[in-house]
Design a protein around this ligand. Structure first.
Ligand SMILES: [Zn+2]
Ligand SMILES: [Zn+2]
Length: 358
């Protein structure tokens, strides 16, 4: 076992604090990664505060992990020491079910192991995430991070990036289409970048008119203030695809009626309390679809990273030392971040008196 300094929540209400634990010694197929950066996702906060009622404490969050490979087991083929590597939301799955064999591991119903707060079959405890300096992961669940990507700004691609990229690919978003993105947060700002890179006419829906200028800078061709019914009406029956990233409950019909015949509204935010039910007639009369999507599998996440390297896409980030994580959560709750916090683990290495391997 190897010592791993980390930051953990020990209950739903007290701030995260230092928590040192052990990682397993790398097995034949394992990659040992020294973590450099870890993005801060809303799921981290939901889990820390037990808002999904499934948290096992202590919990070490973090599933947007970028680091350098320190060592590899002798059967590892895709990585070597010194490589830039990424770990997203998954660290294991059953590997044999139809979902796993199709590379859609995120939908595995058998043994899906999330990067944190999941039973860990190696240790018998729970998995611990990226708010730490070290992680050991089977190479099947490790991503190659192209050197052309800025490693800190690439971290959020591993959750916010793939969560928005995957549904656009699945529903065939392509050049010439009209694509909407609801909400300009961590997910929404990535969705706008992808919609732009795919060559669509990208439209941001927001409740805050103040975000218009920033949205255009990120790649939006149009910005619609969704609180203004007149502006919304101008877009009825015109969208091929709308990605809704907002997790607060809201009126879905307002977006469904903006879809063309056969258009799709895809939800990627999970509300704490349900959205008001949409009217069925709005779906039936134009054969529209309402759908959902969960992150992405390993092959598609790799494809997304390569796409981002080719098109120069990364997240807009604000870097923080890990000692500021509790403040960052408070600011995140006020949407006071453009558009993702990323923890620089050098701060924890320094606190723990740990050096990176040469
Ligand atoms: Zn996430
Ligand atoms: Zn499976």
């Amino acid at each position: 076992m190897m010592n791993a300094p980390g930051y953990a929540a020990h209950d739903p209400t007290t701030p995260l604090s230092r928590f040192d634990f052990e990682r397993r010694e790398p097995g034949p197929r394992d990659v040992h990664i020294e973590i450099l950066y870890c993005g801060v996702c809303h799921s981290d906060l939901h889990t820390v505060r037990n808002e999904w009622s499934n948290t096992v404490y202590p919990v070490v969050p973090g599933h947007e992990i970028i680091g350098r490979v320190a060592a590899c087991g002798h059967e590892v083929q895709g990585f070597k020491a010194g490589d830039l590597a990424g770990v997203g939301c998954l660290v294991d799955s059953c590997r044999t079910c139809p979902d796993c064999t199709e590379g859609l591991e995120q939908y595995c119903l058998k043994e899906l192991t999330f990067t944190y707060n999941s039973p860990d079959k190696h240790t018998g405890k729970m998995t611990y995430g990226g708010y730490s300096t070290q992680i050991v992961v089977d190479e099947r669940y490790v991503l190659q991070v192209p050197d052309r990507l800025d490693p800190a700004a690439a971290a959020p691609l591993l959750c916010a990036g793939i969560t928005t990229y995957s549904p656009m690919r699945h529903w065939g978003v392509a050049r010439g289409q009209k694509v909407g993105v609801v909400g300009l947060g961590g997910l929404g700002h990535m969705a706008i970048k992808f919609a732009h890179a795919f060559g669509t006419h990208a439209v941001l829906f927001t409740t805050s008119p103040g975000k218009a200028e920033d949205a255009r800078r990120l790649g939006a061709d149009e910005v619609v203030v969704s609180r203004n019914p007149e502006d919304m009406k101008k877009h009825v029956n015109s969208f091929d695809f709308i990605l809704d990233t907002v997790s607060a409950p809201h009126n879905l019909d307002a977006y469904i009626e903006l879809l063309k015949r056969d258009g799709t509204l895809c939800l990627v935010g999970v509300p704490d309390t349900p959205h008001p039910s949409p009217g069925v007639a709005n779906l039936i009369f134009r054969r529209r679809q309402m759908s959902g999507s969960l992150i992405g599998g390993l092959p598609e996440t790799q494809e997304m990273l390569d796409f981002c390297a080719e098109h120069g896409i990364v997240s807009d980030i604000e870097m923080i030392p890990i000692q500021k994580i509790n403040e960052a959560y408070e600011r995140m709750l006020k949407s006071d971040v453009k558009y993702r916090f990323v923890i620089d683990l050098a701060s924890l290495r320094q606190e723990a008196g740990e050096a990176l391997r040469p």
